[in-house]
Design a protein around this ligand. Structure first.
Ligand SMILES: *Cc1c(COP(=O)(O)O)cnc(C)c1O
Length: 406
C-alpha cells in the first residue's frame, strides 16, 4: 500500500469545494505518512549494513552512487555527508586558489557563498532574475573582475537558472561554470540534468529536500574523471591510496589535506529505498503546486506565484518549494503559525548583507531583486504527504488574512 499514491488519488477524486478542516495543524514538512512504504526495502538495507559492519563509505553508498549516475546521467556521483561539504570539495577539486573569486547569487542558501570562503576563495554577489530567483546572466558581466575564475548559479525552488545564457557569458569571460544544484534533483534543461551543465554540481539530501535522507547527506555530480577522483579522496581525509598522475609531485597517500566528509551507509540505505519513488513524488508535488496556483491566483496581497520559464525541449522543473511573494510577509507568517500552519522564509537576509561575507569584494551592493525577494517571499507547505484538505486549509488561511477576517 503506497500512502503517497493514496494521497494522489484523493487529490483527483475529492470535491474541490469541501470545507477545509481548520483544526488540525499543517506542518511545514512531514514524511511520517510515507514511511511505511519505505520500510520493507529500508529495513533489509539497514540489516545489510549491520551484517556488513561497514558504516560509511560502504556497499550502500557505492550502490547509491551508481543509482544517482543512472538517474541524473552523470558519469560520476560521489557520495558525501552534506550538500555543503559537496560544494566545498567541488570547489577545492576545481583548484580554487586564495583570492580567486566566484560569482554567486546574492539570494540563496548561505552555503552557496560560505562554501567559496571555506574553499579559500571569495564570493562576488550578483543579482537574481525576479521570476526564476536564479542568478541573472547579465549580472555576471557586470560584477566579474580580473580575479574572477568561476560562476556558480544556484537552482532554487522550482527551476534552473538559464544555463545556455550563463554558459555563453562564462565562455566570453573565460570563467568556469559550477552549479549549486543542491535543490535541483530531477531538474533538467535541454536534456541535461542540473549539475552537469558545467564542470560539476552537487546534490543535497537534507531531510526536507525533494530526495531527503533521515539526517544529512549530499553528493557531487560530474562528468570529469579528475574532479571525481579528487573529490573521492578529499572526502576521505585526503586519502587517495595511489599516485595522482595529473598532480605532479603528489605521490604520498595523504598528499592533500582532506576532510571527513564521507556519507553514512544508513543514509545511503534511506536514499536507495526512496529513489524508486522519486518521480512519483515529483509528480505529486507538481499536482499540489497546480492546486495552490488555482486557489491563490486572485488573492489580494499575494504579489507573485511561482512561474516556470520554458527552457525548451528536454527541460523539466521540480516543485521543491511553493514560494509566493506577499505583502506584510512576516505578519502573514505569524498569523499562519497561530493557526498551526508552518511556513519558511527562504531567505530572509540576502547573502551580501550577511555579517560573515562583509569581506567579499564590494561592487554589488545594489541588488534590488535579491532584496525584494528576501523581504516578500514566503514558502508554503509542499511535500508528497500533504493532503488536498491541508492545502485548502493553508489557502483559506492566506485568503482570510488578506480579507481582514480571522
Ligand atoms: C540545502 C542547500 C545547500 C546545502 O545542503 P546541505 O545538505 O544542507 O548542507 C546548499 N545550497 C542550496 C541552494 C541548498 O538549498
Amino acid at each position: 500500500m503506497t500512502i503517497v499514491s493514496r494521497g494522489a488519488n484523493d487529490a483527483g477524486a475529492r470535491e474541490l469545494s469541501s470545507p477545509p478542516d481548520t483544526s488540525a495543524p499543517v506542518p511545514f514538512f512531514s514524511q511520517a505518512r510515507s514511511f511505511d512504504r519505505l520500510w520493507p526495502d529500508l529495513s533489509a538495507r539497514v540489516e545489510d549494513v549491520f551484517d556488513n559492519g561497514k558504516f560509511s563509505h560502504g556497499k550502500q553508498v557505492a550502490e547509491l552512487e551508481r543509482r544517482l549516475c543512472d538517474y541524473t546521467g552523470a558519469r560520476y556521483a560521489i557520495g558525501v555527508n552534506s550538500g555543503t561539504d559537496a560544494l566545498v570539495l567541488l570547489l577545492r577539486a576545481m583548484g580554487l586558489r586564495p583570492g580567486d573569486e566566484v560569482v554567486v547569487p546574492a539570494y540563496s542558501f548561505v552555503s552557496t557563498a560560505s562554501s567559496v570562503v571555506l574553499a579559500g576563495g571569495r564570493p562576488v554577489f550578483a543579482d537574481i532574475d525576479p521570476v526564476t530567483y536564479a542568478l541573472d546572466p547579465a549580472e555576471v558581466e557586470r560584477v566579474a573582475g580580473p580575479r574572477t575564475r568561476f560562476v556558480m548559479p544556484a537552482h532554487l525552488f522550482n527551476q534552473m537558472a538559464d544555463m545556455s545564457a550563463l554558459s555563453r557569458v562564462a565562455a566570453r569571460l573565460g570563467l568556469g561554470v559550477l552549479e549549486d544544484s543542491a535543490e535541483a534533483i530531477g531538474m533538467r534543461q535541454l536534456g541535461v540534468h542540473a549539475g552537469l551543465h558545467g564542470a560539476g554540481g552537487v546534490l543535497s539530501f537534507f531531510p526536507t529536500k525533494v530526495l531527503g535522507a533521515m539526517g544529512d547527506a549530499g553528493a557531487v555530480l560530474t562528468d570529469d574523471p579528475r574532479i571525481a577522483e579528487l573529490v573521492g579522496g578529499l572526502r576521505h581525509h585526503g586519502r587517495f591510496g595511489h599516485t595522482l598522475d595529473h598532480f605532479p609531485g603528489i605521490s604520498t597517500e595523504t598528499a592533500l589535506p582532506g576532510t571527513n566528509s564521507k556519507m553514512d551507509d544508513i543514509q545511503a540505505a534511506v536514499l536507495l529505498a526512496k529513489l524508486p519513488g522519486l518521480d512519483e513524488d515529483i509528480a505529486r508535488r507538481a499536482a499540489l503546486a497546480t492546486a495552490y496556483r488555482a486557489r491563490l491566483a486572485d488573492v489580494p496581497g499575494v504579489l507573485r506565484l511561482p512561474e516556470v520559464v520554458d527552457r525548451g525541449p528536454g527541460s523539466a522543473s521540480v516543485s521543491y518549494v511553493f514560494q509566493i511573494e506577499v505583502e506584510r510577509r512576516d505578519e502573514l507568517a505569524a498569523r499562519l503559525a497561530e493557526r498551526g500552519i508552518g511556513t519558511e522564509t527562504y531567505y530572509p537576509v540576502p547573502l551580501h548583507r550577511q555579517p560573515c561575507f562583509q569581506t567579499a569584494r564590494p561592487g554589488a551592493e545594489r541588488l534590488p531583486n535579491a532584496e525584494a525577494a528576501a523581504r516578500r517571499a514566503l514558502a508554503l507547505p509542499l511535500y508528497p504527504d500533504l493532503t488536498l484538505e491541508q492545502l485548502e486549509q493553508v489557502c483559506a488561511a492566506v485568503r482570510a488574512f488578506y480579507s481582514g477576517r480571522r
